[in-house]
Design a protein around this ligand. Structure first.
Ligand SMILES: *Cc1c(COP(=O)(O)O)cnc(C)c1O
Length: 368
């Protein structure tokens, strides 16, 4: 009998213990069929002794780093007895998490509902629907949390709540989490312990895993978080204000939040940088040309902070390595970030930022 048949049989017998055993087995088998993601080394001879790496999270089956999170959240929900044989799954999302959760819900035969801001890219909505998820679009992006909670109550389902549980659903000490994987893949490089790891925050979950792992392993690596223009996280870090809010939704999908999410943990961050959106999208385009394929907007934010830290190390005559992430690919943003009309309508001018980044990457000219 296949596992899906065993799952059906457990459902027929309404045996939740048996159902959860089979569900965990299905997720484990899915993970066994998956490979780890690449750690790409950028070819930048001008940096001379500073090595820059990007962990390519766009190659997961659902196209972003949220594949890891969705798997962890399902394992957490099943092992806690919250997700059962007939549980409708509900999530508030800017899109990427919902795509990955729709994948795991489909794997287990559970109905899935995504509650998202109406500004979510059409490509992401189509991806969720292709995976048999239902999308509920809310005009005011800051209303997604309450709407998801209400929908879950109405459906007698589970509101997965990535923004609360991302930091605790992941095994941060090991279990091939993203931090352990990065340090393992770096182990035979010229500078195996990175001077900096750079990330941006959506839930803050990846940042928490990286920061905890660095401390746990007693590495000298420092953690820099890049925040987009419209986000409450920067103020939470710089002023210690966990009540900070931002009344405009972030333009960079996946990162920057209107409130300080419970999964965002400022204490393990060494530095935060606020990256203007025009610079993020310029970084996205410059990096896409360097790699020969398109990356997403948050990867641009990461890349700008990575270049600034690298530029400072170079100016100080230091050697070492830096690591950041490709969070997702650019194919989800064809109507927005890669559309010049959209960029112009936002009132953004990318050209000066593109020139500055390219002058740094080609000629080593410092960027400020
Ligand atoms: C979620 C997300 C991030 C941020 O990761 P967190 O672990 O949630 O902080 C960055 N980029 C994209 C595209 C994302 O979907």
């Amino acid at each position: 009998m296949t596992h899906l048949q065993l799952l059906d049989e457990a459902v027929a017998r309404h045996n939740d213990a048996e159902w959860s055993r089979q569900a965990l087995e299905l997720i484990r088998n899915d993970q066994r069929r998956s490979a780890d993601t690449h750690l790409l080394r950028l070819d930048l001879p001008v940096l001379d002794g500073i090595d820059v790496y990007l962990k390519d999270e766009s190659t997961h089956p659902t196209g972003s780093l949220k594949h890891r999170l969705a798997r962890s959240l399902f394992l957490y929900g099943i092992c806690n007895g919250r997700i059962r044989h007939d549980t409708p799954i509900v999530e508030a999302s800017s899109g990427s998490t919902a795509i990955s959760e729709a994948y795991f819900a489909r794997l287990l035969g559970l109905p899935f509902h995504a509650v998202m801001s109406a500004s979510t890219s059409a490509e992401k909505i189509a991806e969720i629907e292709r995976r048999h998820g239902t999308c509920h679009l809310i005009a005011d992006g800051s209303g997604i949390y309450a709407a998801a909670e209400k929908l879950a109550a109405d459906l007698k389902g589970v509101y997965v709540d990535q923004f609360t549980y991302a930091e605790r659903a992941t095994d941060w000490r090991g279990n091939n989490n993203i931090a352990e994987s990065i340090f393992e893949q770096m182990s035979r490089e010229p500078h195996p312990v990175p001077t900096w790891i750079v990330m941006s925050a959506g839930t803050g979950g990846t940042t928490a895993t990286l920061g905890r792992y660095i401390r746990y392993m007693r590495h000298a690596t420092r953690l820099c978080v890049a925040d987009p223009e419209y986000s409450a996280f920067f103020e939470a870090f710089s002023k210690g204000n966990l009540q900070a809010t931002c009344d405009r939704g972030s333009r960079i999908e996946g990162i920057g939040r209107p409130r300080v999410e419970p999964s965002f943990m400022p204490n393990m961050i060494d530095r935060m940088m606020r990256v203007p959106d025009a610079q993020s999208l310029a970084g996205m385009r410059v990096l896409s040309r360097l790699l020969g394929r398109k990356v997403g907007g948050s990867t641009g934010t990461n890349f700008v902070a990575l270049c600034i830290l690298t530029s400072r190390m170079k100016a100080e005559g230091r050697k070492g390595s830096l690591v950041s992430l490709i969070c997702d690919g650019g194919e989800r943003y064809g109507h927005t970030y890669y559309n010049d009309d959209w960029i112009a309508a936002q009132g953004l001018d990318l050209a000066p930022h593109e020139r500055a980044l390219e002058a740094f990457l080609q000629d080593g000219e410092a960027i400020i």
